[in-house]
Design a protein around this ligand. Structure first.
Ligand SMILES: [Cu+2]
Length: 178
């Protein structure tokens, strides 16, 4: 694999240059068995993930491609309403998320691994404000939109990682059906 000898910043450029269609084909061909990557590719993948480019559970959606709007509320009862949602693979959802409480809350979409990673980060830096396309930080009364395209069948979670909220039950599930 010739990319292996490139320094990480060139790997990032090479990876971000891939077209959307390429990614979809790769994911469709081998959703569960990613090739073991050499160390340099792993660090490049993390860089692109932090840059908001690649996610294992879908991708930032285009507003005009949204097939429906789903209103989700979250409040100081530490629950999301609704807490369960079913979508089809390939569907783009416009989430309209409202914080109905007097405390700040989050709405973060992610697979189990990314939820865990973010929860640990929030414990270390509770005041941290995020600008990733898979999540919203909502002040009391605030309402924001998040557009997401679900590209892989399986379960995606949504959660609030303000310390203590997830443990209190502030989470939900999106079932992505074939
Ligand atoms: Cu919360």
């Amino acid at each position: 694999m010739t990319l292996r000898i490139l320094p990480p910043f060139l790997m990032v450029m090479a990876m971000t240059a891939c077209s959307r269609a390429d990614h979809e084909q790769e994911e469709a061909a081998s959703p569960a068995q990613p090739e073991p990557a050499p160390d340099v590719a792993v660090s490049a993948a993390e860089t692109t993930e932090h840059g908001g480019h690649q996610y294992s559970f879908g991708q930032p959606g285009d507003t005009t491609a949204a097939t429906r709007t789903v209103t989700v509320t979250g409040g100081d009862d530490f629950k999301f309403h609704p807490a369960h949602l079913t979508v089809k693979t390939g569907e783009t959802i416009h989430f309209s998320v409202k914080n109905t409480g007097v405390l700040p809350h989050e709405f973060m979409l992610g697979d189990a691994a990314s939820q865990k990673k973010h929860a640990e980060m929030m414990k270390q830096m509770p005041g941290m404000v995020h600008a990733d396309p898979n999540m919203l930080t909502l002040q009391p009364g605030e309402e924001k939109a998040l557009i997401w395209k679900f590209t892989n069948a399986g379960k995606v979670e949504f959660a609030c990682h303000v310390p203590g909220h997830y443990e209190a039950g502030m989470r939900g599930v999106v079932d992505v059906a074939d």
